[in-house]
Design a protein around this ligand. Structure first.
Ligand code: PXG
Length: 465
């Protein structure tokens, strides 16, 4: 099967890309030496590159194409909306039918008490909204000194100044003068990386959660506005917290009366086998950040779903904030169609009851591989932690990510996209995978691990650090 149609030859696209295109999170000199991979089309869980290779997209794009590629209903919804009303804004006491319908739909779907939506164009700007919103909320409540937002190391909340400050990615903070003021970070609930010798998962989960309490006490509870966390850290390498973690975080937030923001950008819209990661972990947030699976990536849209109490509190004063494309009509129409498909085709129920448990069973088999120290999985997001010595939970002597990167390249060579994060390999496939595709994905992942192990041994990298 050839994917090469209606586009210039690969070499000339690569040359033009190298000459003119700055990519996100990319070492450009290195990329120019290799030439960019050009993806030309996609269908179901499969992408095709300009050379005609067919590749299993085990990352659903960037954790977002939940309903899979090639759903023409979304293209039709976009085309209809573009013909009818391609753009109008939601400022100045205006709205349009798709944004109203989408806000109502999200309010119905969201956990109890969350029933107002502020729209953005993705997850980063939605989190920037959250920073301004929670501070504005506390000012309206007569507690303007409550400005500090507590987050976690190794969290990812986006790439704008505000969202990257909320995030806890050290390399990002190393560039551009981050974090902005009044954002602090506590430890992450990452058992493999952070637990003490002999410390059990649940015991560790409680300790990680209580770091929040200690930080609130240190800062003075009267100065803390909110805590933000991803129910499962995605870009952090699919860190599934121990069961003890979120209930304790919830207790602490309630005790000090601070707002809880669940960043559901990856975990929302079925990724964990429920509509919300919050539902999976028994979290009752005051605000949820949404993006990605809201439109399955077919059009850019994000937002913040906030509690009635927050909406009521800010109702009596203008909130000086908004984006030209807040609630863009085409994106809203596409999102509505995506939600209809998720609902009517029972895609999330299937992940929860059938394909999710099956994937978990198959993914856990990888634990027997000599390179794999830990498997992490929740619904349709999973990781394998690579290690030179599983008994000791060791990391490699080589710089972090060296072995992970070998893994990613072996994956692509085997016809599967997996993301490497440090020395983990992660997947977050479209939610529509069949059992046969799951079997194939596991086979390709295992072959990738075998090839990685062979290469790591050949390069003498099996040393513990
Ligand atoms: N919150 C979370 C939890 C995310 O995962 C964002 C916010 C930002 O969303 P936008 O739409 O502004 O990108 C994200 C995005 C990766 C990767 O390589 C992860 C994301 C984005 C790009 C790459 O793991 N997550």
């Amino acid at each position: 099967m050839t994917g090469a149609r209606n586009h210039p030859p690969t070499g000339s696209m690569q040359a033009a890309d190298a000459a003119h295109h700055l990519h996100p999170f990319t070492h450009h000199r290195e990329l120019a030496g290799k030439g960019v991979r050009v993806i030309t089309r996609a269908e179901g869980a499969w992408i095709f590159d300009s050379e005609g290779n067919r590749i299993l997209d085990a990352m659903a794009g960037l954790w977002c194409v939940n309903i899979g590629y090639g759903r023409h209903e979304l293209a039709d919804a976009a085309a209809r909306q573009m013909r009818e009303l391609p753009y109008y804004n939601t400022f100045f006491q205006s709205a349009h039918p798709p944004v109203i319908a989408l806000a109502e739909k999200l309010a119905q779907r969201a956990p109890d008490g969350l029933d107002h939506v502020f729209f953005a164009t993705g997850g980063s700007d939605a989190n920037d909204t959250n920073i301004r919103l929670v501070r504005h909320y506390w000012a309206r409540k007569g507690e303007p000194q409550r400005r500090i937002i507590i987050s976690r190391h190794n969290a990812y909340h986006g790439s704008t100044m505000g969202a990257a400050s909320l995030g806890g990615m050290a390399p990002m903070h190393g560039q551009g003068g981050l974090p902005i003021a009044d954002i602090v970070h506590i430890m992450q609930p990452h058992w493999w990386a952070e637990a003490e010798e002999g410390e059990g998962r649940e015991e560790f989960g409680l300790r990680a959660a209580r770091a929040l309490e200690a930080e609130i006490e240190r800062l003075g509870p009267e100065n803390v506005a909110a805590f933000i966390g991803e129910p499962v850290q995605g870009a952090g390498a699919v860190i599934v917290p121990p069961e003890s973690y979120w209930p304790e975080i919830q207790r602490i937030c309630r005790r000090y009366g601070i707002l809880l923001i669940a960043d559901e950008v990856i975990t929302g819209f079925g990724r964990t086998g429920r509509w919300w990661g919050s539902e999976s972990f028994g979290i009752a947030p005051d605000i949820m950040t949404i993006a990605k699976g809201l439109s399955s990536g077919y059009a850019p849209i994000g937002g913040s779903i906030v509690s009635r109490e927050i909406a009521e509190t800010i109702a009596d004063e203008e909130f000086f904030h908004g984006y030209t494309y807040s609630g863009h009509p085409v994106s809203a129409a596409v999102a509505l169609e995506n939600l209809r498909i998720l609902e009517e085709e029972g895609i999330i129920d299937r992940v929860r009851e059938e394909t999710g448990p099956y994937l978990a069973e198959r993914w856990r088999e990888l634990m027997d591989h000599p390179l794999v120290g830990e498997v992490r999985i929740r619904g349709f997001m999973a990781a394998v932690q690579l290690t030179p010595d599983k008994a000791r939970r060791a990391s490699f002597a080589a710089p972090t990510g060296t072995v992970g990167l070998i893994g990613r390249e072996k994956a692509i060579a085997n016809g599967i996209v997996m993301r490497h994060i440090g020395d983990s390999l992660v997947i977050s496939p479209p939610l529509i995978l069949s059992r046969e595709e799951i079997d194939l994905m596991i086979a390709l992942a295992r072959r990738t691990l075998d090839d990685t192990l062979a290469e790591v041994r050949a390069q003498g990298l099996m040393e513990a650090g």
